[in-house]
Ligand binder design. Structure first.
Ligand code: CO
Length: 131
């Protein structure tokens, strides 16, 4: 299994991209993800990526996170081949998922979040890459 990315909640993509640029990290692209009400930027980093998430509306889960906890580590994402199959397997084991069906993620990916109460306090994203 592969660590697809590490998700970090930010108030300003511009400010954080400027910081990572100091370390030589450049965003490979930016995208608005409508289902999550966020704009994201991905920073390739070795075999994985950092995902910076900025809310696009006050109703965004990331806006709620920022209001409660401030900027910081939001989730880690594991890459899976078949997210629906993994979801069924986890649901069968009584694991709490944040959606009943896969959601549309960045770059045409299919994603699902696992509730932190089932993972030991970490918001876990399962991510099936788009084609
Ligand atoms: Co993510």
């Amino acid at each position: 299994m592969v660590l697809d990315h590490i998700g970090i909640a930010v108030a300003s993509l511009e400010a954080r991209l400027a910081f990572y640029r100091l370390l030589g990290l450049e965003a490979s692209g930016r995208e608005v993800v409508a289902t999550q009400k966020v704009e994201v930027a991905f920073l390739p980093l070795g075999g994985t990526r950092i995902e910076l998430l900025q809310p696009t509306s006050p109703g965004s889960p990331i806006a709620t996170f920022l209001a409660k906890r401030g900027e910081g580590l939001h989730h880690i994402a594991l890459q899976v081949e078949d997210v629906a199959a993994v979801m069924a397997q986890l649901q069968g084991a009584g694991v709490a998922l944040l959606s009943e069906v896969p959601l549309e993620g960045a770059h045409g990916s299919q994603i699902c979040f696992v509730h932190p109460k089932s993972t030991g306090g970490v918001l876990l994203e399962l991510c099936q890459p788009g084609r």
